[in-house]
Design a protein around this ligand. Structure first.
Ligand SMILES: *[C@@H]1O[C@H](CO)[C@@H](O)[C@H](O)[C@H]1NC(C)=O
Ligand SMILES: *[C@@H]1O[C@H](CO)[C@@H](O)[C@H](O)[C@H]1NC(C)=O
Ligand SMILES: *[C@@H]1O[C@H](CO)[C@@H](O)[C@H](O)[C@H]1NC(C)=O
Ligand SMILES: *[C@@H]1O[C@H](CO)[C@@H](O)[C@H](O)[C@H]1NC(C)=O
Length: 496
């Protein structure tokens, strides 16, 4: 049937143009691009990058899973989807999501337009929670649903198979996602276009590689770039907390994490090869867009931090983005500044649909001719849980609601309630800037001129003209209130 349609296509171009493409999105969990996170992805380079376009300036709206995934699915900034953290009280798979936003996702709109839609893997961290209907609840807009209950893990999990909870102890989750995906592609015998979202757990902690990949990078150590384990003297208070730098005795643990992340990604790289092969076997590869990206970046040792995301630095907010598909030039690259809120409108456009005006993102130019100037917003709401500071740590009674402070990491804390901030990431022909305001007791500000200081070693606050600083502050407050079109700030610096 598919062969017949493709042949038919050769003789009637108008029929071809009406044929809607398939779309496959692979979304990893916590994969950086700045620290070499794409090094293990040989198949992504070969089967997507060499056949399509690689984006050099791809960012997320928030460096944490649930808010970032909500942005990707809806095309909305955090202040508009109101998923502020990974818990249900913070909107993660909460009431507003379940009652309203789920019907504004790109997959819902594609399904309404006749697409078959398939999801496998981690969705939103609170999916499957009992108070939200448990794993029996299937989010609307998916015709085949294989959602993981809860947060990323590699073994011992439950998948909702179209609402039927299925527990597994010893099946490596990434491989299960691969098998479900290949089976889905092989079962497509009609001419209905399909959308697939594959969301494997890697390289999220506990960074467990597939057994066949354990030791593949045994000699690799964490990247010792210029900002690795340097004292954070001019950064916000959480970064200045001791120990800074980390003691040498902790570095082997950072190396272990770094190499385990790479090893866990090798199974994801195999998904890409197997999915592309399955599409090819079905004779639909030429009609299929394949996108590869991550929900947020990650740091391992930068500025004397341990390992995590949640910070405004490039390691945490910058992500890989590679796309192949009909009409995209092979081996091309794009410097267009793009955000994860652009993915939903881009996918809608690929499917021939008009993105709704309320979406904050805009379709990405797949031919590398996108605009080079943009003001992009990053929003983060610090997470703090009472009682999450280990009793053995000196700041166990601190009132700032510090979080994730463990003695095995010398009590270096990863987050705090007032590690809340918003940044403007500004690109222009000759501009590459970051301006961040922290909601802490110091009203701290960090400014980086990435055109000169790509490792963000020097907070340029003291060297920034007050007028420029005030200008960025105004741009930030406008972005924090933007909706739809107004998120594309048009004012240029010279107009002030
Ligand atoms: C893309 O680049 C790779 C590596 O340089 C090369 O092997 C491949 O032939 C190129 N592909 C196309 C379609 O030009
Ligand atoms: C998440 O956000 C909600 C709403 O602001 C808040 O009540 C909750 O304490 C936050 N959770 C954490 C862990 O900070
Ligand atoms: C899975 O859970 C079982 C039972 O709790 C446990 O024995 C096993 O070690 C776990 N497997 C992994 C890989 O964590
Ligand atoms: C790691 O290094 C050792 C000693 O230099 C070498 O013998 C071994 O082949 C290397 N292993 C890998 C996986 O590269």
């Amino acid at each position: 049937m598919l062969n017949y349609l493709l042949l038919f296509c050769l003789f009637g171009a108008s029929v071809c143009q009406q044929k809607r493409p398939n779309i496959v999105l692979v979304l990893t969990d916590d994969q950086d691009v700045v620290l070499g996170g794409m090094t293990p992805m040989a198949n992504v380079r070969r089967f997507i990058g060499n056949e399509g376009v690689t984006f050099a300036n791809s960012y997320v709206t928030s460096p944490i899973c649930c808010p970032s995934r909500a942005s990707l699915l809806t095309g909305l900034y955090v202040h508009n989807h109101m998923t502020v953290n990974n818990s249900m009280r913070g909107g993660c798979y909460g009431h507003y999501w379940r009652n309203t936003l789920q019907k504004e996702t790109f997959n819902y709109l594609l399904k309404e337009a006749g697409y078959k839609t398939f999801y496998a893997g981690k969705y939103l961290n609170e999916y499957g929670a009992v108070e939200a209907g448990g794993p029996e609840a299937v989010p609307p807009g998916w015709s085949e649903w294989r959602g993981l209950v809860g947060n990323s893990v590699y073994y011992n999990y439950t998948i909702s198979n179209n609402g039927v909870p299925t527990a597994s102890t010893d099946q490596y989750l990434t491989d299960v996602i691969r098998d479900l995906s290949v089976t889905f592609i092989e079962s497509q015998t009609e001419d209905t276009p399909f959308l697939m979202v594959l969301a494997p757990p890697a390289p999220h902690q506990p960074f467990t590689p597939a057994p066949r990949h354990t030791g593949s990078y045994r000699n690799v150590t964490a990247e010792r770039g210029p900002n690795f384990n340097v004292k954070a003297e001019d950064k916000h208070w959480l970064l200045r907390m001791p120990p800074s730098p980390l003691p040498d005795t902790m570095l082997p643990e950072l190396d272990r994490v770094y190499r385990s992340r790479w090893e866990s990604l090798l199974a994801v790289d195999e998904i890409v090869a197997d999915v592309v092969a399955a599409l090819d076997k079905q004779n639909v590869l030429a009609d299929t867009y394949v996108l590869f990206t991550s929900d947020n970046g990650y740091h391992v040792g930068q500025f004397s931090q341990v390992y995590d995301k949640r910070q405004p630095y490039e390691s945490d907010i910058k992500v890989p983005l590679v796309i192949r598909g009909p009409g995209i030039a092979p081996n091309s690259s794009s410097a267009e500044p793009v955000l994860n809120i652009d993915i939903a409108p881009t996918i809608l456009k690929m499917a021939g649909l008009t993105p709704p005006a309320h979406m904050d993102g805009r379709p990405i130019d797949l031919n590398g001719n996108g605009k080079s100037d943009r003001y992009m917003l990053v929003e983060y709401h610090g997470e703090g849980r009472y009682g999450s500071v280990d009793d053995a740590c000196p700041w166990k009674n601190d009132a700032s609601r510090l979080a994730e402070c463990y003695p095995q990491y010398e009590c270096k804390c990863q987050d705090a309630r007032n590690n809340s901030y918003a940044c403007v990431r500004h690109f222009d022909t000759r501009t590459n800037m970051k301006y961040c305001e922290f909601a802490d007791y110091e009203n701290f500000v960090e400014i980086y001129d990435l055109s000169r200081d790509s490792f963000e070693l020097h907070n340029a606050l003291d060297r920034t003209l007050p007028a420029v600083r005030a200008w960025y502050s105004r741009a930030l407050s406008r972005l924090l209130q933007c909706v739809g079109d107004t998120c594309a700030l048009q004012v240029s610096m010279s107009q002030t």
